[in-house]
Design a protein around this ligand. Structure first.
Ligand SMILES: Nc1ncnc2c1ncn2[C@@H]1O[C@H](COP(=O)(O)OP(=O)(O)OP(=O)(O)O)[C@@H](O)[C@H]1O
Length: 342
């Protein structure tokens, strides 16, 4: 790749129901409201190819054609090759990219911290994933994933309000009723919920605080505002599915690291929208020390909402072996299968 080209490397970062797209070194455009973009069911990853195509159309409308293209992919090991092949086809065929590279979102997060070692804890909308990386490579046997993240917390908000006799379902022309309820629950979660500074079990019950919603319904906030994010730390059971909690998953991942790979476990890099609750980072730091028997692990947070995009601007300047660009002529010779070998 020519040196002057890196500035205009296009970046596509696909998440559960939203995508970030734009150019390396710039703030991305966020495309949301695409419920089929990625779906996580059990261990399998699935996606709606028309939703992925919609993201590519947005990028092409943003002058994203005929540029080197960097794509993020989930750290998840199952089913990602199919997604990678579709991304490659769209990049070369629809956007006429001269070169394409796919990098795991976990690597992009470590690069955003200026590192190539670390354990990335990504708490997004649909998935919580823990990915230890050594020299830029995910240690596959240490990967931990659970489909409990921001969306599950939204469901918990809906349940908590339902138990107060409050239903969130304002009619909307663009969203179904159920989705409107989830959207309102998400807004309430982001504006009202926070992590307490210490384990809830050790704190006194707070005074009641009532809040009036725009539709005049009254809710009692303290009953759930600290309780719901606490589930990320302590784990919970939701709709029969057991979530073990981030400290347990992260410590398991770190303790499974092979001998000689311990530097991957000395820093936990926290990313993803659902890690943004007030006090979450500090609580995770304390909980990890407990789980790891006092072993020192530093928890850091990428000070940018779009860690993958920030990492992509670093990656755009890197070369093989960390970043492997596939050229158009390689793609023409081998088809999208060239991406199955990366
Ligand atoms: N300030 C905040 N406090 C709490 N949660 C937040 C905050 N900001 C965003 N979120 C939540 O973060 C989630 C979106 O995070 P992110 O954009 O990292 O996910 P994604 O990449 O689309 O999904 P995934 O990583 O699961 O594929 C949503 O559930 C959103 O409600």
């Amino acid at each position: 790749m020519h040196v002057e080209q890196w500035r205009r490397v296009a970046v596509v970062d696909i998440g559960y129901s939203s995508a970030r797209l734009g150019f390396a070194g710039e703030d991305p455009q966020v495309v949301d409201g695409l419920p089929g973009l990625l779906r996580y069911g059990g261990k399998a990853l699935d996606f709606d190819s028309s939703a992925v195509q919609a993201v590519f159309r947005k990028l092409s409308a943003q002058d994203g054609c005929r540029r080197p293209l960097l794509l993020s992919e989930p750290a998840t090991s199952a089913e990602k090759t199919r997604l990678r092949c579709l991304l490659a086809e769209l990049s070369f065929e629809a956007l006429e990219a001269p070169e394409v590279s796919t990098l795991s979102s976990a690597l992009l997060a470590t690069l955003a911290r200026g590192k190539s070692n670390g354990t990335v804890v990504d708490i997004g909308a649909g998935l919580t994933s823990i990915a230890p990386l050594l020299n830029g490579c995910v240690e596959p046997e240490c990967l931990r994933e659970q489909t409990f993240a921001g969306n599950a917390l939204d469901i918990m908000v809906l349940d908590a309000l339902k138990s107060q006799g409050v239903t969130l379902s304002m009619p909307s022309r663009n969203l179904g009723q159920a989705n409107t309820g989830m959207r309102l629950a998400q807004d309430i979660k982001e504006s009202i919920c926070f992590c307490a500074y210490a384990p809830l079990a050790s704190l006194e019950k707070p005074k009641e605080y009532r809040h009036r919603l725009p539709d005049n319904q009254e809710i009692e906030v303290t009953a759930f505002s600290r309780q719901i994010p606490e589930a990320l730390l302590t784990g919970t059971v939701l709709r029969g599915e057991c979530f073990f909690g981030v400290p347990q998953l992260a410590s398991e991942a770190i303790l499974t690291l092979p001998v000689g790979a311990s530097s991957a476990g000395s820093e936990v890099i926290l990313v993803g929208g659902s890690s943004r609750f007030v006090n979450f980072k500090d609580r995770l730091q304390v909980a990890l020390a407990d789980y790891l028997d006092g072993r020192q692990v530093k928890v850091t947070q990428v000070d940018n909402r779009y860690a993958s995009c920030l990492g992509a601007s670093v990656a755009a300047q890197l070369k093989h072996p960390l970043v492997r660009w596939v050229t158009r002529s390689e793609y023409q010779e081998h088809g999208s299968h060239v991406f199955t070998r990366l």
